[in-house]
Design a protein around this ligand. Structure first.
Ligand SMILES: *Cc1c(COP(=O)(O)O)cnc(C)c1O
Length: 848
């Protein structure tokens, strides 16, 4: 509960108008997540200025506002406190309130396990005391005041997380909240993008221990070598905890031994000095949680809770969302939701748990990308992949880094068919969903940004359990994913690719195979992720236009058949063989060379013969040469002719011509079949024909555009429910107010306000001969001014109010009610939608 007068005192603030509410149930800093009656704090962070969202916060139910300048809207019935600096005021309020209430602060630090440890400590202390547990919305020093909003004078203890975002912040936190007890869980591979090394993280934890007062207490994990080192030189009394499954096996003050991992609890015997407590258990799963329990018992002991009582209290722990939380999965499987966050060590430990508890059923893990591994990024997937291969029956990966885990597991000998690489939550769930049985155990774990609770959601037996997942507040649905460092980026919606693929498969029917065309890095969408997604949703074959594109897919672990529709140099036949690729054949001399290479390798080369019905513009065998070519084929037994195909260049402009081509194709193939050639696949249709010309489907269609939600041409639209899979965005970099004297754009009504965008032709934002005419800002169209630069572009925002630096700008895609379609841009640039997308250069990062 927050008292207005405490805020005024701490902030040296002033009331703006008559105050209304004087007591507030909590703080809120995100206008989207306001609860009724909250005190909204208009903070300035690197992500934006909260002052711009004051009105939104009030609409959402805020009863008060802390700000540096008062709102311009009507503040009747609202308490408005104006102060010089909101952040400082919050920090001063923290110190004031803790002193005023005389609360004893217990600080929990460490790389992972802070929340679980907080709850375990509260569980034990509540045997005899009133305890407040701070809930964290934000890490770093401002997280602390925000977590104290609900503290009352009755709370004797406050158990708080001290989570820091940079070196030196721990000392500030200690100075601010003056903890009496400092608990350190672990120093692990997480947050390394900020800290750089484990040593730097350990240094932060040292600041906690060394900031405790002489009468304080440090409670430390003895099994973590860096935390143990803190014990040796602590200036305060220390209690340590450990497990006998870790090295060294003794020395901790509180030691759990005979640890028994189970699927519904964790059993152990406990030793403290000469006393032993046998056959104890907690309802939490895994060794990380056991450490939390032991740390809590140690804190309890020092505040008069006998071990017996503490142990009894711990048997009543409730599972925490996203932290080894057991749920009922489809098919009656045990679904263990550990999707909250992940360090490298925590993933390994969770896999070990899975290996230990598995009985008759399968041990299955769904693993997502890990965040913040710093320089360890390349190594972590290898270590995890090895452990996965040793413990799992089935591995599903979600995302790019996680795919590396999958590849490492295969490398380590895990059978390929037991590793599913996926790139979005529904595909991940789909990979196992229908196979689950009551004996199976599914562990779901990944970093925060992987948001794997969405996988858990798909795997729940009871939909109402979705209330028990992490990150279920509206906030997470509103807040955009973390932005990359490059200020222009592409967002690829793989769910859209998945959906479009399933719809295409439905449309062409079960007799027609779907070949997904992923040339040109899947038209700029990212070939590996798109290929995998298409294959997971009904595509059967892939097509690329060069050998290197095919090899990149193979390297990424994709084993589906791949047609290289283009020139493959004969000297590369060995690569074709080694990677089991399918080549296009249209030349008898090249065919001979491939045949010879296949004979030498004693392995057939798979090929599709390509015919050219268009005259000259594609690779292909001219109709008059077909008979001779196939006569020669009779002497090339090492070529396995699996298919025959051709291109329909004009299908999107002229369906009649395409229909005739399809007819010609059928007439060319018929005599070959009569002569005994068997073609497993015959294909001619691209997206336009696959959708609009059923007689051109034969038994395979090659679709590119439609997968990506791109209408092939105005004449051949997509069904209305197909959705575009790519958006291209940037941000407002600077805003300039133009006076008439210095107007650079000598148009009659020259703009008054211009915004600069950090994007240009070096990103593929075309300059010449035609460029984009407009972009989207603040849900409105804004015209592009002058010439596009190499990496800067000016736009006119004279007519749009309230545009801020840092605000998102859409170059392609939707913003609010308006869209910029690829079709529109293609018309402006006098080209095809495909060229627009392929032109977004590789240096622009792709977010999935
Ligand atoms: C690019 C390509 C396609 C896909 O065309 P869309 O119109 O994008 O579906 C099909 N076949 C071949 C040979 C291609 O080169």
């Amino acid at each position: 509960m927050i008292n207005l007068y405490d805020i005024l005192e701490a902030a040296d603030g002033q009331l703006f108008g008559e105050p209304a509410a004087q007591l507030f149930p909590n703080f809120c800093y995100d206008a989207h997540a306001v609860q009724k009656g909250d005190l909204y704090v208009a903070m300035k962070t690197e992500h934006g200025d909260g002052h711009h969202f004051m009105e939104k916060a009030v609409q959402n139910g805020a009863a008060g506002i802390m700000c540096t300048h008062p709102p311009t809207f009507d503040t009747d019935g609202l308490t408005v406190i104006v102060m010089r600096n909101v952040e400082d005021a919050l920090l001063r309020w923290t110190r004031l309130i803790l002193q005023k209430y005389g609360t004893t602060v217990i600080a929990v630090g460490g790389s992972v396990g802070k929340t679980a440890t907080q709850h375990a400590i509260a569980q034990v202390l509540r045997r005899a005391h009133t305890v407040y547990v701070g809930q964290y919305m934000l890490s770093g020093r401002l997280g602390l005041p925000l977590a104290l909003g609900k503290l009352t004078a009755e709370d004797r203890f406050a158990v708080l997380q001290f989570s820091t975002t940079h070196v030196g912040e721990m000392a500030e936190l200690v100075e601010l909240a003056r903890p009496i007890v400092g608990v350190v869980t672990t120093v692990q591979h997480r947050h390394l993008n900020h800290f750089g090394s484990l040593e730097a993280v350990a240094q932060e934890m040292r600041a906690l221990v060394h900031g405790l007062p002489p009468e304080g207490l440090a409670v430390l994990n003895f099994d973590d070598e860096r935390v143990r080192a803190l014990a040796a030189e602590a200036p305060v009394p220390v209690l340590t905890v450990g497990l006998d499954i870790a090295e060294p096996t003794f020395g901790a003050d509180l030691l759990a031994y005979n640890v028994l991992m189970d699927a519904d609890k964790t059993g152990f015997d406990l030793r403290h000095g000469q006393t032993r407590h046998l056959g104890r258990w907690i309802p939490w799963l895994g060794s990380a949680h056991l450490y939390s329990a032991l740390l809590a018992l140690a804190v309890g002991m020092s505040y008069g809770i006998p071990l017996e009582d503490g142990l009894a209290a711990l048997t009543e722990l409730e599972p925490l969302p996203g932290r080894m939380c057991p749920l009922e999965g489809t098919g009656g499987a045990l679904l263990v939701d550990d999707s909250c966050n992940a360090s490298l060590e925590a993933v390994l430990s969770a896999l070990d748990w899975l290996g230990a508890v598995k009985t008759q059923g399968r041990a299955i893990a769904v693993l997502g990308d890990l965040d913040d591994l710093g320089a360890h990024t390349p190594l972590a997937p290898v270590l995890i992949g090895q452990r996965a291969a040793a413990t799992l029956d089935m591995l599903v990966t979600v995302g790019d880094l996680a795919a590396e885990i999958g590849r490492a597991a295969i490398e380590e000998g895990m059978p390929r068919e037991r590793v599913a690489l996926t790139f979005n939550p529904s595909d991940a769930a789909h990979a196992i969903q229908n196979t689950l049985g009551p004996q199976d155990i599914v562990l779901v774990k990944g970093g925060e940004n992987a948001r794997l609770e969405r996988v858990v959601h798909h795997l729940l037996a009871n939909p109402q359990d979705s209330a028990r997942l992490v990150r279920q507040t509206g906030l997470y649905e509103v807040v955009t994913a973390e932005r990359p460092l490059r200020p222009s980026w592409v967002v690829v919606d793989l769910q859209a690719v998945a959906y479009n693929t399933r719809r295409l498969k439905d449309i062409v029917g079960p007799q027609v195979a779907l070949m997904a065309v992923v040339k040109g890095d899947a038209y700029g969408h990212g070939a590996v992720a798109v290929s995998t997604t298409a294959l997971n949703n009904g595509a059967h074959y892939l097509a690329v236009s060069s050998l290197d594109e095919a090899l990149a897919l193979r390297t990424a672990g994709i084993s589906a058949p791949i047609l290289v529709d283009g020139y493959v140099p004969p000297w590369a036949a060995r690569d074709v063989l080694h990677h089991n690729l399918t080549v296009a054949l249209y030349d008898v001399e090249i065919a001979r060379l491939f045949n010879r290479a296949a004979e030498e390798a004693d392995q057939p080369i798979r090929a599709h013969v390509k015919l050219d019905l268009l005259g000259s513009s594609t690779f292909g065998l001219s109709p008059q040469d077909v008979t001779l070519f196939f006569r020669n084929m009779a002497h090339m037994p090492h070529l396995h002719i699996e298919g025959i195909y051709a291109e329909l260049q004009d299908a999107h402009n002229d369906l009649e011509a395409a229909r005739e081509h399809a007819q010609t194709f059928a007439e060319l193939v018929a005599p070959l079949r009569a002569a005994g050639f068997h073609f497993r696949y015959q294909h001619i249709a691209n997206s336009a024909a696959a959708l609009h010309l059923p007689e051109a489907r034969f038994n395979m269609v090659r679709v590119g555009s439609a997968l990506y939600g791109l209408p092939p041409a105005p004449l051949t639209p997509l069904p209305a429910d197909f959705s575009p899979a790519l958006e291209w965005k940037t941000v407002i970099g600077q805003i300039k107010h133009i006076s008439h004297q210095n107007a650079p754009y000598n148009a009659p009504n020259s703009p008054r306000r211009v915004a600069l965008l950090p994007v240009g032709f070096a990103d593929g934002f075309r300059r010449s001969p035609f460029g984009w005419q407009r972009v989207l800002v603040h849900g409105e169209y804004a015209s592009v001014l002058g010439q596009v630069g190499l990496d800067v572009t000016a736009i006119d925002i004279s007519h749009i109010e309230g545009v801020e630096v840092g605000e998102e700008v859409v170059l392609l895609g939707r913003q609010g009610p308006r869209v910029l379609t690829v079709g529109e841009i293609a018309e402006q640039l006098n080209t095809t939608p495909q060229e627009i997308l392929c032109a977004v250069l590789a240096r622009v990062p792709r977010l999935k």
